[in-house]
Design a binder for this molecule. Structure first.
Ligand SMILES: [Cu+2]
Length: 484
């Protein structure tokens, strides 16, 4: 056996690499800026815009205090021709109002929940360094408002969204938007800037079925989207709503993906992205055909339009584009440029094809639940169910959340009427109720549980936190079901 040399080649390389790292660390190209120390001078009101528009670039302005007011509105809107939907919105649009800041700004954010709204909401801004991205300080019940503040530390394009339980449902209903943090000095000026966000939607009726379509939780869990759209609707960026440009102009698209589930293979048919700020950050890639934007992510894409015609924006997971709505148009007008493209301009090659043929997910209801053989087993199984299905709203010890979710602990309303409690878990509940002297007027969604599961979870609740110890049996649940 040979004795090993004192240093192997790879060890030498490693060491010299470390040396290189050290020798570079003091150079001016290395990032060592501490953005927490950027001083602010003066105060401005934030300009907010609805999609596809964006506020004025920050340009060379210094960091400032930015006063920002955003109102949450739950309102009906159009998903597709003949199909409407109750959207939950930040500022009345899907995606929500575009927020434009620069690094070092101190944003004083007031979130208002309109008194006509049914549900509590909050906001998690991915641009925020702090607990829950602001979510933990911004929880707000209908008719209330809340103010919190943050300093923007990292330049880039960020998603914001609601993070109130059930989180997926709030996002699926349209509660997302973009906040841009420009670097000092701003991004280079371009001719046109637009705001686009993809989202997937889940409705009781399949794609194209007319009328006011309710949200379908089961399809959302299965990630079986009926609609995949830009800016909240199949028509938001087509026909008269198309975005526009002139030949020779430079375009910047701020593109986000609200999800909740599906990643976007963002592509513009007939264009190549000259530059892409990958994932919305500092890294710039060049000459890109399709850029991947995950749910909760964003990208900035830039290109120059050289020839007239209609450029088609799609999610290149292509059934989503032609059959579920992920299709938008950028109409470029101006003189032909035969050097770039010699063909005739033809409108209408890429058009939506409408309702995809889909099968409903098998409607077998909830899976067989374990059957409880005794009261203590029922409580034990019920406790697990509570953690899975009730805890997000009613909280770990049944204490609820003031103005939003009523308490189940020592709750007079619960203890007064067991059949009513069973009915609430089976069918959900909306309208004003009074629990322990406080009024609540919100929405509890119906829980998809078997009779056995309803019995177990309610038995757990009745045998916890000072409640009256009722045992709820599956036959009691079956009886309540048959009388409603
Ligand atoms: Cu919400």
């Amino acid at each position: 056996m040979k004795k090993p040399p004192i240093l192997t080649l790879s060890q030498i390389l490693l060491l010299s690499g470390v040396g290189l790292l050290f020798s570079c660390s003091g150079s001016p190209n290395q990032e060592s800026t501490d953005n927490t120390t950027i001083e602010i001078s003066g105060k401005i009101n934030a300009q907010l815009t609805s999609p596809p528009h964006v506020p004025e670039p920050v340009g060379s302005r210094p960091a400032k205090q930015v006063i920002l007011d955003m109102e949450i509105l739950e309102q009906e809107g159009q998903m597709a021709n003949g199909v409407s939907y109750i959207y939950w919105t930040f500022g009345g649009s899907v995606p929500g109002s575009f927020i434009r800041t620069r690094v070092g700004d101190e944003v004083e954010f007031t979130l208002k929940n309109h008194p006509n709204n049914k549900l509590p909401h909050n906001i998690d801004l991915h641009a925020v360094t702090g607990p829950g991205g602001g979510a933990s300080s911004s929880f707000v019940a209908p008719g209330h408002e809340i103010t919190f503040s943050f300093k923007t530390l990292n330049p880039g394009l960020y998603v914001y969204h609601c993070a109130t339980a059930p989180v997926g449902m709030h996002i699926a209903n349209g509660m997302y938007g973009l906040i841009l943090v420009e670097p000092a000095g701003g991004y280079p000026i371009v001719d046109k800037e637009y705001y686009i966000m993809q989202g997937d939607f889940y409705t009781k009726g399949n794609n194209g079925e007319p009328g006011l379509q309710p949200f379908d939780m089961q399809k959302a869990v299965d990630e079986d989207a009926d609609y995949v759209v830009f800016n909240g609707s199949t028509d938001a960026l087509t026909g008269d709503n198309a975005i526009t440009a002139e030949v020779g102009e430079t375009i910047r698209l701020f593109v986000g993906n609200g999800g909740p589930n599906l990643s976007s293979a963002f592509h513009v048919i007939g264009e190549i992205f000259d530059r892409v700020h990958v994932e919305g950050g500092k890294l710039v890639n060049h000459d890109i055909q399709t850029t991947l934007i995950p749910p909760g992510g964003a990208a900035i894409v830039e290109f120059k339009v050289e020839a007239p015609g209609t450029l088609v924006l799609v999610d290149h997971a292509i059934f989503r584009a032609f059959n579920k709505g992920a299709l938008g148009m950028l109409k470029v007008s101006g003189p032909e440029n035969e050097k770039v493209y010699s063909g005739t301009i033809q409108e209408g090659i890429y058009q939506p094809e409408g309702g995809a043929i889909q099968t409903m997910p098998g409607d077998q209801g909830a899976p067989e639940a374990p059957t409880a053989g005794s009261l203590s087993e029922r409580i034990e199984i019920g406790k697990r169910l509570y953690a899975q299905t009730c805890l997000a709203c009613h909280q770990e010890n049944g204490q609820g959340i003031p103005n939003a979710f009523p308490p189940l602990a020592n709750a007079d309303y619960l203890n007064a009427d067991v059949d009513r409690a069973i009915s609430i878990v089976l069918h959900g509940k909306t309208g004003e109720i009074t629990v322990n002297g406080k009024t609540y007027n919100s929405v509890m969604t119906a829980q998809t549980l078997t009779d056995e599961q309803v019995a177990n979870v309610l038995t757990y609740v009745y045998n916890s936190w000072g409640n009256n110890g009722t045992e709820v049996t599956p036959s009691m649940v079956t009886k309540v079901k048959s009388t409603h």
